[in-house]
Design a protein around this ligand. Structure first.
Ligand SMILES: [Zn+2]
Length: 415
């Protein structure tokens, strides 16, 4: 006790930002042997997640490559993301519908991918991460930290479509098993290759990708599912990428189709988890994104803050004040530790930086005890945030559909 008091006194006498106290034990998980699958869908706007396709963008032939197939496009929320709206909305929780008093945002000052993934995975915004370059992340992610905890060694793995993911997770230092970009699955990660993995490697090699740095998500999906079957990690991270790239390409119809496919991937993933006794009833699914996008029909392709545009993203210089909406994100959660709250109304916007501590807490670990800069876990199960009431709209996004004036589209660095 004396030691504890001394530590507290010492802490009070120091700058808050450098203060460290013995950690409180994380709340006991409500399941016996918890597992977590964290999913990110790159650059998927909350506007499509909650409200479906934007009619104004659909009307712009510039953004629709196959106008003859317009009637077949999934446009309503239930058509675009049926798993999210049927299963997660009724059995889990959703955050980020700003038209209904529910908001989440990034805390980093840049509003593009690497800074977003760093914040999501390390638990704090790092202004020094200001490019999408293949630079080994100086920050330790919650994946790396958990992989070093008792009971979690060799229990963490990651799959991604973007070839920068191994750098974000700093595989050189972390030694995390990561399969991303166009890398084939290898025996070092998966053990002896199954016929399924050999076929996936062959198909990946023989299938053209529309993009130089991002593979089609079907490979990320199928590699991850096979790994899940064979290796059964307790924490799996899957980073889908197609949505962002089709959006940057200005192909709204392909963006919508990618959203629909990704929802299907997540349903497939959930069904596999529920059919496996190792995971069934013990696994929490968290889904979010690395950044938002422009909030109107002229800016939806892009995302960046004004500060980013003054530097790394200077190709977007027409958006002098940044691309409005790029910091707006969303989250979905499903599983035995997630109460069926539906859309959660937020008093203050939740932050991307809360996800890392949330992942750890769901597994029974206190990430803030290690990383004092990490934001606190999201209060997933508490009642301090009322479930949304349609009459009470405290957070409204007036810019939605009526934001900045139309601006010239420009090509830019993806992600
Ligand atoms: Zn992007």
């Amino acid at each position: 006790m004396l030691l504890k008091l001394s530590a507290r006194y010492l802490c009070l006498s120091m700058l808050a930002s450098t203060c460290w106290l013995p950690a409180q034990a994380a709340p006991a998980p409500t399941v016996k042997s918890p597992k977590v699958v964290l999913v990110s869908i790159d650059g998927l706007r909350w506007q499509e997640v909650f409200h479906g396709a934007d009619p104004e963008i659909l009307r712009n032939s510039h953004f629709i490559r196959h106008a003859d197939q317009l009637a077949e496009l999934p446009t309503k929320p239930q058509q675009l993301m049926p798993f999210v709206h049927q299963t997660i909305a009724s059995q889990g929780m959703l955050v980020g519908d700003r038209r209904r008093g529910s908001a989440m945002q990034v805390s980093n000052p840049w509003h593009f991918s690497y800074p977003g993934y760093n914040e999501l995975l390390s638990g704090f915004p790092d202004p020094a991460i200001n490019s999408n370059g293949k630079i080994a992340n100086p920050n330790v992610t919650v994946l790396e930290w958990l992989n070093q905890q008792p009971g979690m060694a060799q229990q963490v793995a990651a799959f991604g479509s973007w070839d920068v993911l191994p750098f974000i997770l700093n595989t050189e230092r972390s030694k995390l098993p990561v399969n991303a970009g166009f890398a084939p699955m290898n025996e070092q990660m998966a053990g002896p290759l199954t016929p399924q993995l050999k076929l996936l490697n062959q198909l990946q090699r023989q299938t053209p990708s529309p993009w130089a740095a991002v593979r089609l998500d079907v490979f990320t999906q199928q590699f991850a599912l096979e790994y899940l079957t064979q290796k059964k990690p307790r924490l799996l991270y899957i980073a889908y990428g197609e949505t962002d790239d089709f959006a940057h390409d200005g192909q709204y119809d392909q963006y919508l189709k990618a959203i629909r496919r990704t929802d299907g991937f997540i349903k497939e993933l959930w069904q596999q988890l529920q059919s496996d006794p190792f995971y069934a009833g013990q696994t929490t699914l968290l889904i979010s994104t690395d950044h938002g996008r422009g909030d109107n029909a002229s800016s939806w392709q892009h995302h960046a803050s004004g500060r980013a545009i003054a530097g790394y993203m200077k190709k977007l210089k027409n958006f002098v004040n940044g691309v409005s909406g790029s910091d707006q994100i969303w989250l979905a959660a499903l599983g035995p530790q997630i109460p069926a709250r539906g859309l959660v109304q937020t008093q203050q916007p939740w932050s991307q930086s809360q996800v890392a501590s949330t992942v750890a807490e769901l597994l029974g670990y206190d990430y803030q005890a290690y990383q004092y800069k990490a934001a606190a876990a999201i209060p997933l199960g508490t009642a301090d945030e009322a479930t949304v009431q349609l009459a009470d709209r405290r957070i409204v996004n007036p810019a939605d559909g009526t934001g900045s004036a139309p601006q010239q589209s420009t090509a830019l660095t993806p992600q």
